[in-house]
Design a protein. Structure first.
Length: 390
């Protein structure tokens, strides 16, 4: 690089690298620095053992957390910043899911076990880039290419199939690498051996990119989506969401992608409780329509959050005529709140019991039927009248 990347001058990172002069920044930070993209996490590698790293950092007054000591990783914590530092490694045994590793002091050997050329580069603290497998050229050409033989790399860890598509969606600007596609097609069945959490972590990142259309279509054509979502998918619905300008929301796009009942994939992918509930709600419940008047929209808003109703409009109508205006109307309407509570019924002398809830439901339905505009005073009058007719 012609000048020192600005992130290397960050005081906390500079202090850690000064303590470990042989360490280099590795992986995504190097890739994104070269691509001119924002840098988030910064990871380092070093030929020093975890014990040597820990000793050097502690002597410099830097706190050390043994986050993955069995795999050679410690975390340096300095102020609000933290940096994972991993001893150079080589694979000893791989089984398609996990690897047994040994430490090494050879940078090329460590780079050779990384998945893609654009992720296999390292950078010294003076900005010098070490690129053993052509990652710089691939990044410039918009090519995502495995380090070494794609079939071998996939056999080592089948998650690399999904990682391929994550990076393809973000960095590819040209045709997909033919050798990679052939290996992915042949190895897609191995995705079934991965933990659901790992699969959803990668799939959600793919669905979160600004435009996943080409990537999702490629995954479907190679049998990858069938392997991770066997319940059935419709990639055209995802494409329509993107074309309509819907938010880049992975759950919204997953809802569009699924063709069958959402319970099975939600359970199998081990979505969190919040994610599962939201996915099921996206695919069920009332949908506002462009022809709905404000009274009808208020009735929906009384029982549903505005964001959920808005998301359902994307799934139902996209950005077709009338739907954009409908979303504007939904956003402008305040959520109506039924102004009567159980204590109001009790204050009238009604004893505690089932009739309290029954009266509330009757008055609330009257309030809903009127478009949710009746005031508290009007609702109390209705409550008194219904109780007296009791």
């Amino acid at each position: 690089m012609s000048e020192l990347p600005s992130f290397l001058a960050e005081p906390t990172l500079a202090a850690v690298m000064a303590t470990l002069p042989e360490a280099r920044v590795v992986g995504g930070a190097v890739r994104d620095a070269l691509a001119g993209r924002p840098i988030t996490d910064i990871d380092l590698a070093t030929p020093c053992t975890p014990e040597q790293v820990t000793k050097a950092l502690q002597e410099a007054g830097i706190r050390v957390v043994p986050t993955g000591i069995d795999h050679g990783t410690v975390t340096a914590v300095l102020g609000e910043r933290s940096f994972e530092i991993t001893t150079l490694r080589r694979d000893v045994v791989t089984d398609g899911r996990h690897a047994v590793v040994a430490f090494t002091d050879d940078w090329r050997t460590d780079a050779a076990r990384r998945d893609f050329t654009i992720n296999a580069m390292s950078m010294a603290r003076d900005g010098e880039v070490f690129d053993y497998f052509g990652g710089t050229a691939d990044l410039r050409a918009g090519i995502v290419r495995f380090v070494g033989d794609p079939a071998t790399r996939i056999a080592e860890d089948h998650l690399r199939i999904l990682r391929y598509f994550r990076f393809f969606a973000r960095y590819s600007t040209g045709p997909a690498d033919a050798a990679a596609l052939a290996a992915i097609r042949a190895g897609a069945s191995g995705l079934g051996n991965l933990s659901a959490e790992r699969v959803w972590s990668e799939l959600s990142r793919i669905l979160a990119v600004p435009d996943p259309r080409a990537t999702v279509a490629l995954m479907a054509g190679l049998g990858v989506l069938d392997a991770v979502v066997p319940e059935g998918v419709d990639t055209a619905r995802v494409a329509r969401l993107v074309e309509a300008g819907a938010p880049a929301d992975p759950l919204l796009r997953l809802s569009a992608l699924l063709t069958g009942d959402a319970h099975a994939p939600a359970t199998r992918l081990r979505l969190s409780g919040w994610e599962r509930d939201r996915l099921l709600a996206l695919r069920g419940g009332p949908v506002p329509r462009p022809e709905s008047d404000d009274a009808a929209l208020r009735r929906l808003l009384a029982d549903e959050d505005q964001p959920m109703l808005t998301d359902r409009t994307w799934l139902s109508g996209g950005n077709a005529s009338g739907w954009a205006e409908l979303r504007r109307r939904l956003a402008a309407l305040p959520r109506p709140v039924f102004p009567v509570e159980g204590r109001d019924v009790l204050a009238l002398g009604e004893p505690e019991g089932p009739r309290v809830g029954a009266l509330l439901r009757e008055v609330r339905q009257w309030w809903l039927d009127g478009g949710c505009t009746a005031s508290r005073a009007e609702c109390l009058v209705e409550l008194v009248q219904r109780r007296s007719r009791g």
